[in-house]
Structure formats: C-alpha cells, structure tokens
Design a protein around this ligand. Structure first.
Ligand SMILES: [Zn+2]
Length: 303
C-alpha cells in the first residue's frame, strides 16, 4: 500500500495537469469514471467541455480491478470523479486518501439491493458485508438517476457550461426512457420469464421487467458455484423448459458451455455491460442493452 502511494507521488510530475486544479493543458476540466456505464453517462453529459477518463481498460471487467499509480493521481486531481463505492476497492481507497474536488458515489444516489443469499458471500465478505449488488445500470431508470446527479455536479463544477450540461442530460434522459419503453413492450408477452445467466449481473433487470434470473456463478464472474447449486439449476432448466444459457463477453464461458452441453440446450450472449469489447468499437450502453433485449426475446420466445 505504502509502495503504491509512493509510486503515485513519483508520477505526479509526469502528468500534464496544473497542480490541484483539475484542469488539463487543453483547458478542459478532468472527469474520471471508474468503469464503462459511468463513463457513458459522463461523456454524454460533458460533451466536448471536459475530458473523461475511464479507469477500467476496455476488455477488462471492473470487479476488484486495480488502478495504476498514474490513474490514482488522475483521480485525485480530477474536478469530478464518478464511481461506485464497493465495486473497485482500489478506486475507493484513492478517493478516501486524496479526494478529487467532487466525488460522485453512485451508491449514495441509487439504493443498491441486497446480494441474493448464497451467491454473494465472497463479494459481501470483501466489502465488510455492507455492499449491495453493484449492477444497477442494468435498469435504465437507475442509470437515469445517476445522470441527473452527475449533471447537477458538473453544473456546480463548471457553471459556465451549465446550459449545455443540462441540455445533454435532457437528451440522455430521453434515450434512457426510450430504452425502458422498448424493454417494457418487448418483454410484455413471453412464453418463459426465466433467464439463466453466467454471473449474477441481471437482478436489477429482472426486477424491473419481471424476469426470474438464475445465475450460475455469484455476483463476481470468478465466484465458483457449488455442485448443489449446479444440480438445482439443471433441474430447473429441465422442468422450466429453458432453451438458452447466457454467456457474457468479458468472463470465461467454461461453466455456461459445460451446463448447456450437459443439458443439450443452446447458449447466447447477454452482456452485463461492465466494459466495452475492443472488437466492437461502435458499441455503446444503448446498443448493448438493445442487443441484450433481442437475445432475451429470442430465448424466452417473446412476441
Ligand atoms: Zn458483475
């Protein structure tokens, strides 16, 4: 820990930021977002008025991800940091030790729901048992709340561009509302309302749109399921006539492939949208959410 802090100090001099101002050489305020869905919100709101840095690199998943000393300095010197307390302890630590001008913690905007029993043990332990299920962005209405608070913070941090931040938020709110409407209508009439997914990232989605989510692994992609859990899941897939087990892009497909192979059913991709995939540079939160909707409609035979 001490070593990391010393390293952070050592790279201070290398950064193109005027000391403690949060303003880069290009004169724009610096904003950091701790992982992709938050970066998406930040970028939509700030437009060209600020530089947004994502602390999680593309293709990586954010659970417990570390940050570099250089990123730690960037966080402390940013005007606004948008992050989710509990998901990335390394980010929490930097913000606690050396806070940016404004730190927007999404867990004080969104009430995180409890981690489902039995599955989140590891996650709960690593966060003093206090943290809830982090995957709130799977409910577009909750991401909209975060956008409102982030906008209000940008207005305070950079008042001369307030009108643009507010206009950008109006446009983002409309996009999120349209996405919510597509989910409501798209999932209104389905033969099944079950989702078997690889890691437990879809509870918020399930609650909002009335789907029963059955995760193979726990709240983090690397949480291993017990043999008992796997056999219960196999029984459910048989009795519920489930056609598809969902994989995701950033985590290993091993468990999903094994389960689907054993039961002779199909697999498809449902993206938890924790990060973007390098091979799909055009993707955004909105396109990935719509691709997920199409995959669910197919698996659950929605008309
Ligand atoms: Zn996750």
């Amino acid at each position: 820990m001490l070593r990391r802090r010393l390293l952070a100090l050592a790279v201070l001099a290398l950064l193109p930021l005027t000391a403690c101002s949060g303003i880069a050489d290009d004169g724009k305020p610096q904003v950091v977002a701790s992982f992709y869905p938050l970066q998406f919100v930040a970028q939509r709101i700030v437009g060209n008025h600020a530089d947004v840095t994502n602390l999680t690199k593309p293709g990586a998943e954010p659970h417990d991800s570390e940050i570099t000393p250089r990123q730690a300095v960037l966080v402390s010197r940013s005007v606004v940091a948008l992050y989710e307390k509990g998901l990335q302890p390394a980010v929490d630590q930097v913000i606690a030790n050396d806070p940016p001008k404004y730190a927007v913690n999404v867990t004080s905007i969104v009430n995180l729901s409890a981690v489902p029993p039995g599955l989140g043990d590891e996650y709960a332990k690593s966060n003093d048992g206090k943290a809830g299920d982090p995957h709130f962005w799977q409910d577009p209405n909750l991401l909209a709340k975060v956008a409102d608070t982030f906008t209000a913070t940008m207005v305070k941090a950079d008042p001369k561009n307030a009108a643009d931040y507010q206009a950008n938020n109006v446009s983002l709110q409309a996009d999120l509302k349209a996405l919510d409407t597509d989910y409501r209508t798209g999932l209104a009439h389905c033969t099944s309302r079950s989702l078997v997914v690889s890691h437990d990232a879809f509870e918020y989605l399930g609650r909002r749109y009335d789907l029963q989510v059955h995760p193979i692994a726990g709240i983090s992609p690397d949480a291993e399921p017990s043999p008992k859990h796997l056999s219960e899941l196999s029984n459910l897939i048989r009795t519920d006539h489930i056609t598809t087990v969902f994989n995701e892009r950033l985590a290993s497909p091993k468990l999903v492939d094994a389960l689907a192979g054993d039961l002779h059913i199909g697999t498809a991709v449902l993206d938890p949208i924790e990060g973007l995939n390098k091979s799909d540079p055009q993707a955004t939160y909105l396109t990935l959410m719509r691709a997920n909707l199409a995959a669910i409609r197919k698996a659950d035979s929605c008309s």
